[in-house]
Design a protein around this ligand. Structure first.
Ligand SMILES: *Cc1c(COP(=O)(O)O)cnc(C)c1O
Length: 455
């Protein structure tokens, strides 16, 4: 019996040869066969698919460039790695080795910094939720406690009295920097006087040392001038502390929020062509600080808690094609073995995606789906890709920030993570999850186990 070939409706498509577009960026259809000199195929064969890959060389390059951007413009600069952006111990160790302090927003993250060997006084403890035990731990370790709200301040006062030492604290300040909606749910507001009220309460309590002021005005902030406004308001507060309360402020912590070069969903132009550089942000912040009226020898230490800008472009997700499909209206679709559960940031970025093998120069606009049985599982609604076969590999770019912390264990298990060192050697830094790992914390009640055994 001969089988009849399946009919595929023909349609006309324009040819796309993968040339430069008018913005000078490469079309996505160009093949990317290796990451830092290690073949994508070899990585997938050894560690499985999907697979996260991090480039140590790129992490260090990003960090050093950011430090240079600030240190060439301002005398006292310190970075503190934002743990929630990527708290794999291998990653944190690289940042700490480069000289970065740690910035955490939970007790869980705080304990991770200790096991990573960060000295207590180099840990910044942020966030709205800190338990009594966690505050005590931070006090004992002489960490920098950044107070978020009055209830935390009132909880801290008796703890400091009991402990008998004066912990080093800062307050988180929120303010209008021209970015809306305002991030006014964290910290004390500058404009309505709440921040000043918190400062006077801290100093009058006599139980803590107010050593810093902190703000974190947003994330993926595209305006350098917003940081100029933030630096001006923070400087004004610090100068007021000195003038009115004779309390010199040792440091101003301007938080994180610098964007990576990813392209936001719905953006007209690609991120690489539109996003301000770290130098632009450094220029806005440091010029403001230098002009604010501090005496030369009383310039505060400038702390930065950058996250995504330091690691996004050092991360890749390798995956495989499961199937090709035609949608009802004839458009092409590709199903990949990674979904929004693994690639959380595909919910707000149009990630660049490249094939990992030789491909025909003819590309087509396709929808790229993940493998989940859910309608929202779409990685790219519309992406230019050449014809791909099941088993072909894909490389998703700039996935180093937030995916390896916000990923969800849903329907499938989370994949392995590999770090490529500066000598081009891959190291497994997190194993793929297994059924045993997932079920280890589960408890089957006795009566259900008996029922199972009886059947
Ligand atoms: C998340 C966070 C950061 C890092 O933000 P990025 O936008 O990734 O740079 C820094 N500081 C605080 C307080 C944060 O919550």
């Amino acid at each position: 019996m001969t089988q009849k070939l399946k009919y595929e409706r023909p349609f006309i498509k324009k040819m796309n040869m993968g040339l430069m577009n008018k913005f000078g960026t490469q079309s996505e259809s160009e093949a990317v066969r290796d990451i830092d000199g290690v073949a994508v195929k070899a990585l997938v064969n050894e560690f499985g698919s999907p697979l996260f890959v991090l480039s140590e060389r790129q992490i260090r390059r990003n960090y050093r460039a950011a430090v240079r951007a600030f240190k060439t413009r301002y005398p006292k600069v310190q970075f503190a790695w934002s743990y929630k952006t990527n708290y794999l111990n291998a990653v944190c160790s690289i940042f700490h080795q480069e000289g970065s302090w740690a910035e955490v927003v939970s007790g869980f993250e705080y304990r991770k910094t200790l096991s990573n060997g960060v000295p207590g006084h180099h840990i910044i403890f942020n966030g709205p939720q800190k338990s009594t035990e966690e505050l005590l731990l931070a006090i004992q370790n002489n960490s920098l406690i950044h107070i978020d709200h009055f209830d935390e301040l009132y909880a801290l006062i008796p703890l400091c009295q009991e402990h008998g030492s004066k912990p080093r604290v800062a307050i988180r300040v929120n303010m209008d920097t021209g970015i809306y909606p305002l991030w006014d749910r964290f910290g004390f507001n500058y404009e309505n006087g709440q921040a000043w009220s918190a400062i006077t309460k801290i100093i009058n309590s006599g139980t803590m040392q107010l050593v810093g002021l902190h703000c974190h005005i947003g994330t993926f902030v595209l305006s350098a001038s917003a940081y100029g406004v933030a630096a001006a308001k923070m400087s004004a507060l610090a100068l007021q502390c000195n003038a009115v309360l004779t309390t010199p402020i040792e440091y101003l912590d301007l938080g994180g929020g610098f964007p990576s070069t990813n392209t936001l969903k719905g953006a007209y132009l690609p991120g690489v062509d539109t996003v301000p550089s770290v130098d632009d942000f450094a220029e806005a912040i440091t010029t403001t600080l230098l002009d604010a009226g501090f005496k030369q020898d009383e310039l505060p230490l400038l702390i930065l808690e950058s996250g995504r800008v330091l690691i996004d472009d050092a991360g890749y997700l390798l995956g495989s094609v499961i199937a090709n499909k035609r949608l009802a209206d004839g458009r092409r679709a590709v199903v990949a073995d990674f979904g929004v559960n693994t690639l959380f940031t595909s919910l707000w970025y149009d990630h660049k995606i490249s094939p990992a093998q030789d491909v025909s120069p003819h590309t087509d606009t396709v929808t790229l789906y993940g493998p989940l049985c859910m309608n929202i599982d779409m990685i790219r609604e519309s992406v230019n890709l050449p014809a791909l076969q099941p088993g072909d590999n894909l490389v998703v770019h700039k996935v180093g920030a937030y995916n390896m912390t916000q990923w969800m264990q849903f329907i499938s298990l989370r994949p392995a993570i590999v770090l490529i060192d500066e000598e081009h050697r891959p190291h497994l830094i997190r194993k793929a999850e297994t059924l045993e790992y997932m079920e280890a914390p589960e408890v089957l009640p006795e009566y259900l186990r008996e029922a199972k055994e009886a059947t």
